[in-house]
Write a protein that binds this ligand. Sequence first.
Ligand code: 3H9
Length: 686
Amino acid sequence: MSITKTVDGRTGFVTLDNPPVNAIGQPMRQALLDAVTWAEQQDLDRVIVTGAGRAFAAGADAREFDGDPLEPHLPDVLDRIEKSFVPWIAAINGVALGGGAEIALACRMRIASPKAQIGLPEVTLGVVPGAGGTQRAMRLTGLETALEMVALGKPLRADEALKAGLIHAIEDDPVGAADMVNTEELSCVVPTWELPAPEHDEGAFAAIRETLAKRSPGQVAPLRAVDAVEKGLSLPFDEAMRLERATFLELKQGDQARALRHMFFAERAAKAPDDLPPAPTLTEVAVVGGGTMGAGIAYACLSARLAVTLLETDEDGVARAQANVGKLIDAGVSRGRLTEEAAQALRDRLTCTTDYSSAANAPLAIEAAFEDMAVKKEIFAKLDAALSPGAILATNTSYLDVDEIAASTKDPSRVLGLHFFAPAHIMRLLEIVKGAKTSPEALATGYALGKLLRKVPVLAGVCDGFIGNRIYSRYREAADTVFMDGSTPWEIDEAMEAFGYAMGPYEVADLSGLDIGYAARRRQDATRDPNRRYIPIADRMVELGKLGKKVGAGWYRYPGGGGKVEDPIVADLALEEAHFAGIERTEYSEDEIVERLVLAMINEAADVLAEGIAQSAADIDLVTVFGYGFPRWRGGLMHYADTLGVAHVVERITALQSEDPVAWKLSPVLANCAERNVTLADWTPA
Ligand code: 3H9
């Protein structure tokens, strides 16, 4: 069903009905168009349009965007609604987004429930509003709010929408209130399209463009949405609508919109596989270790209404854990995310202790202690003894072998990895690591926790670094090679920022601490291919005590603990090492830097796929975007590789083999995709 229609007296009721969120597809557009004629033929004095279920309408059905537009088009349907002699009133019962908001804007009046939200988030899908959003919103709210709505995509709450002039009233029962509107009053309301456009305001346009340059560099749609508003100021309404529509259609087919659509649907597809047993209801968890990571995990669990027993080794540790979680709660209050009452409820649900028996009833424990196998095994032995035999035991290790940890317990089937990303209460990615013996029940519990914490769960197999850190290690290696052979860390960082990362690899390393990568390299020493070129610069940095921002110096210097400053000594290190190694340094362009770093990641990711460490290319996209800051508008690493084209990727990696055949050994998955002429997204093991 797409809409339902009923009549009561001279009032027509149209309910948008396409569960779960009333996305507007072709059948709904046709049904709405027919409803306009239906209302006119019955000589109704109003039509009240509302949504079934929790939403008014979530917007155009984005699943249609890959194909050609299907008639009737939404702008034409809304033109009919707006110009019909039977006035329509939108009774906005829940979210009205994109095309959903545009339906409401074309109605003569808008009455919203207090929980409604109204927004034009099209830019988050890489397009501009395509059914009048850029033209009607500004006629109702004025320039400033309209520009923010279309360019930033953030919805307005009902109270904000009322204040902005977007809606006429807020009522608990918007349908009832719409029915009560005086007929004469209704007939006096001027249709939105007839309202004058606001005056041009250079300051408002300059301000929004400046904001966009900072917030969404590289993204096309937000700027085009601003242009559509600006052009609309001096064009007749119909002409401005045609221009908006043309922009929408053009962007819809572009790389950025395809990438953002891919991410939208991949994010929603990330959930527990159907063949897992039903997940247990979690009400409490144990977390081991109250350092930065453990405290972040504990805070995330508390915020999801779980009771948390935070286990530490001694009383100092208990005090530190309590303080670490306390700081996060206090920050929640000072940022306005938590009321004082909610904060107290979180504190009440937290127990910090050294006594493992306090966690005896927890169905799940998450270990987030120091990255050391002996430490982990000791903790798992204690958990094994204290928790019930059915409890699931998870490790938050970033690199260590989950199977070895599991083997040290009485029942390895109840052990899995739950790899959070720092800060654990903010970063959305959760790698759910399946060991050789991990049971379906353990996985189901991991997914249940992920759902409660509103994480994006991605299933990963066991290897050094799982999906994300393994690809990241290769990225780092490629960066250090480019540094050694010709560039500086700041040139590399700038190139990756221009590509779309918020920070380049060297600034990130300074924030995490160079000792982390050092420890990983020492762990890999025993298994590293002796023929693989080793870049010693990062080790030299650690030997020099340049451990990153925490000590005031890493790849950059941080005088007085402040912002980063380029350090010529670091640049000289590469000159020195290159000289020792007899390397003639080259100057790399920004494009060459990006190409090398990104191709290195793509090749490694293809190996991750080949080895079954990741289940799909889309999972790798989720990991790279939600855990490592790969630009979402490029669709994640593998989607980007498919945008470049596998044949091109293979050709470029093959060309780089002349420099280093070991580091640039082509992944069999890439070779296979090129041979079969399939994308990475469509690749399946033979
Ligand atoms: C647009 O409107 C263009 C117009 O200007 C011009 C036209 C000419 N399409 O997120 P959830 C599915 S562009 C298709 O898990 P929540 C979603 O995939 C659009 N499907 O629920 C999921 O499916 P499944 C502008 C959609 O409660 C299910 O609904 N609008 C769409 O956490 C539930 O979704 C937007 O950008 C869609 N538009 O959040 C709004 N929306 O069950 C996009 C949802 O198979 N949507 N689905 O996994 C949202 O922001 C959230 O979905 C919403 C609900 C807040 C509505």
